[in-house]
Design a protein around this ligand. Structure first.
Ligand SMILES: [Zn+2]
Length: 467
């Protein structure tokens, strides 16, 4: 059997993760992410996959972030009928994520139509809620560490990668006529010693590795996160305005709630109201309570209900759009956590629209902002950004707290890679901006003596010949 891999995303970018494994005639797609950020990247979502979709038998999803699974509705719409395999927690989380992404697409298209700011006469969403619903029936959740066959030539086993609820590294065993080979897809690797998420599991052997490198160029100390958050909050209190935190609904929101509650209970900050303004973040917070094996937050059963720190009295969940809009009139200090994390869509946009021009307000970034997103522009000090077709001046405070990342930093990525003692012959560095991926590949070469390759978009590489 010959095995090749084609890089259909997260090659030269951090979004659109899609790796196509070809085992002679059989095809397995690992991750099926949406491209986000720069327009030229987003246009790839519309162009359709440059492969024959009907020949893909199985899709494996490492985790439920949209840059890893957000293209599924299109894939299914375009004819994919096989199985989608992922961990059990991802199987529950993914439909929530996809539905939300579809709703955002629909809302954006509708808004563009109503405001007449689209260049298209009738802007269409990339996929609809109905398309996202159609994915659900194909999803199969698999127990961690359970070896599950994929056809006759391969099997899959999921391991925890930390990062977010349900996030995994996928180990695919290829069963050739002469030899078997293991290929490990890192997925997004989380942090070691994270206060909330479990540690990433490591591998001692792999014949080939496809490894992410989002933060391959930096070290993010996490010990000072509480202190830094408290400092930003105290400054914001002096200004008297609200603190707006754009945050991914999954993972980042829950970690922020954890840190804020800890600061409040240690009396390091006053008991401020915290508004979680993202319906998805609310559903996901409930999932954290239902899947305690993935994290370290204490969940107890009280009168048949699962409760945790997420149920504290000062945390308010905005379920309706009225309660979300009502926050625009709030003048007192408070914390508003809303999605999307990179300000590309969602309720965060109306908060930014109202608060960016207000010098008493603070916008706090706690996560990665990809090039080309509004979040990145604000962070880089642009004087104004376009929201709902209008330019909005930025006069609020812009602050950053870094250590909250759900991505392993350079040292942690090295720890993960270094655990693979029996040398991988092929190593591919993906999911990083080009200069970061290059720097990280050089770093691995120097530290581990590996010879990693940085694949280009749509590049195909032979992995194993005649196995
Ligand atoms: Zn991720």
């Amino acid at each position: 059997m010959n095995v090749s891999i084609k890089f259909l995303g997260a090659a030269g970018s951090v979004t659109g993760s899609k790796y196509l494994l070809r085992l002679d005639e059989e095809q397995i797609l690992v991750d099926c992410g949406l491209f986000q950020g720069h327009k030229e990247l987003r246009l790839r979502n519309w162009a359709g996959l440059p492969i024959d979709i009907s020949s893909i038998g199985t899709v494996i999803i490492t985790h439920a972030h949209i840059d890893h699974c957000g293209y599924l509705p299109r894939l299914v719409k375009d004819g994919f009928k096989g199985k989608i395999l992922c961990t059990r927690a991802t199987a529950e989380l993914m439909p929530i994520m996809l539905k939300d992404a579809a709703r955002l697409q629909e809302e954006e298209a509708d808004f563009a139509y109503r405001q007449g700011y689209s260049r298209h006469s009738k802007p269409e969403p990339l996929f609809t809620v109905e398309d996202a619903e159609a994915v659900k029936n194909l999803i199969h959740g698999i127990e961690l560490h359970h070896n599950c066959p994929i056809g006759k030539r391969a099997s899959i086993e999921f391991f925890k990668s930390g990062h977010i609820l349900g996030a995994s590294s996928a180990q695919i065993t290829l069963l050739g006529e002469r030899q078997s080979k293991k290929i490990v897809f890192s997925g997004d690797i989380g942090r070691f010693n994270d206060p909330v998420m479990s540690d990433p599991e490591m591998f001692d052997q792999a014949d080939a590795v496809v490894m992410e490198s989002t933060y391959g160029d930096r070290n993010n100390p996490s010990e000072k996160v509480g202190e830094e958050l408290a400092a930003v909050i105290h400054d914001a209190l002096l200004r008297g305005g609200p603190i707006i935190i754009p945050a991914f609904a999954v993972g980042r929101t829950q970690v922020l709630l954890f840190h804020l509650q800890k600061l409040i209970s240690n009396k390091e900050i006053p008991e401020l109201p915290v508004f979680v303004d993202s319906p998805m973040a609310i559903s996901v917070t409930n999932l954290y309570e239902r899947h305690p094996e993935w994290h370290k937050i204490e969940v107890v059963k009280d009168h048949n209900e699962l409760i945790s720190i997420f149920d504290s009295a000062n945390i308010h969940y905005c379920n309706t759009s009225q309660s979300s809009k009502a926050l625009n009139n709030l003048k007192k200090p408070c914390i508003i956590i809303s999605a999307s994390g990179m300000c590309t869509g969602g309720r965060i946009l109306h908060h930014l629209f109202h608060r960016l021009p207000d010098p008493s307000a603070t916008i706090l970034f706690t996560g990665y902002q990809a090039a080309g997103t509004r979040g990145r522009d604000i962070l880089e000090g642009t004087p104004s950004i376009k929201i709902f077709g209008q330019y909005v001046g930025i006069r609020c405070q812009v602050r950053v707290v870094n250590g909250l990342s759900a991505h392993a930093d350079q040292t942690e990525l090295l720890k993960w890679a270094g655990a693979i003692k029996k040398g991988p012959k092929k190593v591919f560095i993906t999911h990083g901006e080009p200069s970061v991926a290059k720097g990280f590949a050089d770093f691995l070469k120097q530290k581990l003596g590996w010879d990693p390759m940085i694949p280009e978009y749509q590049e195909t590489c032979l992995l194993f010949e005649g196995i």
